[in-house]
Write a protein that binds this ligand. Structure first.
Ligand code: ADP
Ligand code: ADP
Length: 228
C-alpha cells in the first residue's frame, strides 16, 4: 500500500508538485500520466526518498519515506529516467555491485543476481559489457537492478522512453509479468503506455491531479476531446 498525502514540492519560484494526495493498492499498475514538466519525476523522486518534499508525506507499506527512509526503500525498486552510464561493466558485474550495495554477500548475492536476471530474461547476456547491449537490453538491466532485493513496489520513470516499437513491447511484457506480485507505478507522457499496461491512470498537469480512473475512461475522454 502506498499513501501520498498533501505532497508538495516548491522550487525557488515554482510549485512542481501541488498538494497531491492519492493511494495505490496491491494489484494496481498505476500510470502516472502528464505532459513534460507536469511534476512526474519530482513526485517519483519524493516517493523513493531521493528528494525531500516541501510539505506533505508519502508512506510505503506503513513506512514513512522521510522518517523511516531505509525501511521504506527496502520495499521500493526504482528505475530512474534516462539511460544510466554503466561504463564497461558486464551485466553480471554491475548487478553484483548493486547487490553488494543492497547488503547481499556470497551465495546470496549470486542467487539474487541469477533470479533478477532470469525474471527480465537477461541470462544470455550476463557476461557481456553493458555498453555493447541494445537499448532494450540496457533497460532490462535497469529493471533487474530495481528488483534485486525483491521489493513489493516498483517505480518506473518513463520505462520505455527511447525504445523502438519491438523493444517497447518486450519491456511492457516484462513489466506486466513483474506486476503479478508488485505494486507498479509507471511515470509516462504517453497515453498508449498507460492503456497497454496499467490498471489505473492518474493524470497530473502543473503539479495537480486532473483525472483518476481506468485507462479506458481516460482514452474515451481523450477521444471525446479530440472529436469536439
Ligand atoms: P516531468 O517529470 O513531469 O517532466 P518534473 O517533475 O521533471 O516534470 O518537473 C516539474 C517542474 O519542476 C518543471 O517545471 C521543472 O522545470 C521543475 N523542476 C524540476 N526539478 C527542478 C529543480 N531541481 N529546480 C528547479 N525546478 C525544477
Ligand atoms: P543516502 O542519501 O541515504 O546516502 P543513497 O543514495 O545511498 O541514499 O541510496 C539509499 C539506498 O537506495 C541504497 O540502498 C541504494 O542502493 C539505493 N539506491 C540508490 N540509487 C538507486 C537506484 N537508482 N535504484 C534503486 N536503488 C537505489
Amino acid at each position: 500500500m502506498i499513501e501520498i498525502t498533501n505532497l508538495t514540492k516548491r522550487f525557488a519560484h515554482h510549485t512542481a508538485v501541488d498538494n497531491l494526495s492519492f493511494s495505490v493498492a496491491p494489484g494496481e499498475v498505476l500510470g502516472f500520466l502528464g505532459p513534460n514538466g507536469a511534476g512526474k519525476s519530482t513526485t517519483m523522486k519524493m516517493l523513493t526518498g531521493f528528494l525531500a518534499p516541501t510539505s506533505g508525506s508519502a508512506s510505503v507499506f506503513g513506512f514513512d519515506i522521510q522518517k523511516q527512509t531505509l525501511k521504506a526503500q527496502r520495499e521500493i525498486g526504482y528505475l530512474p529516467e534516462g539511460a544510466p552510464c554503466y561504463g564497461d561493466m558486464t551485466v553480471r558485474g554491475f548487478l553484483e555491485f548493486i547487490a553488494e550495495i543492497r547488503g547481499f554477500r556470497g551465495a546470496e548475492k549470486k542467487a539474487r543476481v541469477a533470479q533478477a536476471a532470469g525474471q527480465v530474461e537477461l541470462e544470455k547476456v550476463l557476461g557481456q559489457s553493458i555498453e555493447t547491449l541494445s537499448k532494450g537490453f540496457k533497460r532490462r538491466v535497469g529493471l533487474a537492478q530495481a528488483i534485486l532485493h525483491d521489493p513489493r513496489v516498483l517505480i518506473l520513470d518513463e520505462p520505455t522512453d527511447g525504445l523502438d516499437p519491438n523493444q517497447k513491447h518486450q519491456v511492457r511484457q516484462l513489466i506486466q509479468s513483474l506486476a503479478r506480485d508488485k505494486i507498479v507505478i509507471i511515470s509516462t507522457h504517453i497515453l498508449e503506455e498507460v492503456t497497454a499496461v496499467c490498471t489505473r491512470a492518474l493524470v497530473i498537469a502543473a503539479g495537480k491531479r486532473v483525472a483518476d480512473g481506468t485507462p479506458f475512461e481516460l482514452e474515451s475522454r481523450s477521444r471525446y476531446h479530440q472529436a469536439v
